[in-house]
Design a protein. Structure first.
Ligand code: AMP
Ligand code: ZN
Length: 134
């Protein structure tokens, strides 16, 4: 299988690895939103969040506080954004599940997604469609 992140896990492609245990690897993104932007990656290959086992997801989320604390204290940040691009339309480029940790400080200029209010009555219809789909 030709997967870049599997190759990083197997040391076939170099990366700046900042944390590793039996199930997780974390390395620096080569195109960071801020220096220290890191990717938390399960060692088992799964394409995205919907493809991952509960066990994989638990081990990924459990390690995020430890890694993000180290990034913030080591590099003097105040906060971080935590995100997953799930699927091509959401901006997922690498088809091996990964969580982004983007360290933040006041005034760094990054913008979050813009929002716009619902039209009158629209929010109830949207909620009904989602609830019917469970
Ligand atoms: P996504 O758009 O969520 O699939 O994010 C993929 C991320 O992987 C991007 O932010 C890239 O900058 C990053 N990336 C691509 N190749 C490498 C690499 N060889 N080492 C580290 N990060 C990478
Ligand atoms: Zn992979």
């Amino acid at each position: 299988m030709d997967c870049l992140f599997c190759k990083i896990i197997n040391r076939e492609v170099p990366a700046e690895i900042i944390y590793e245990d039996e199930s997780i690897i974390c390395f620096l993104d080569i195109n960071p939103s801020n220096p220290g932007h890191a990717l938390v990656v399960p060692k088992v290959h799964c394409e995205n969040l919907l493809d991952a086992s509960g066990e994989t997801l638990r081990s990924l989320i459990s390690i995020v506080p430890k890694i993000s604390r180290a990034i913030m204290s080591g590099l003097n940040y105040d906060a971080f954004n935590f995100s997953v691009n799930n699927g091509a339309a959401a901006g997922q480029i690498i088809s091996h599940l990964h969580f982004h940790i983007v360290p933040r400080r006041e005034g760094d200029g990054h913008k979050l997604f813009g929002g716009k209010p619902y039209e009158p009555g629209e929010i109830e219809q949207v909620a009904e469609k989602i609830k019917a789909a469970f």
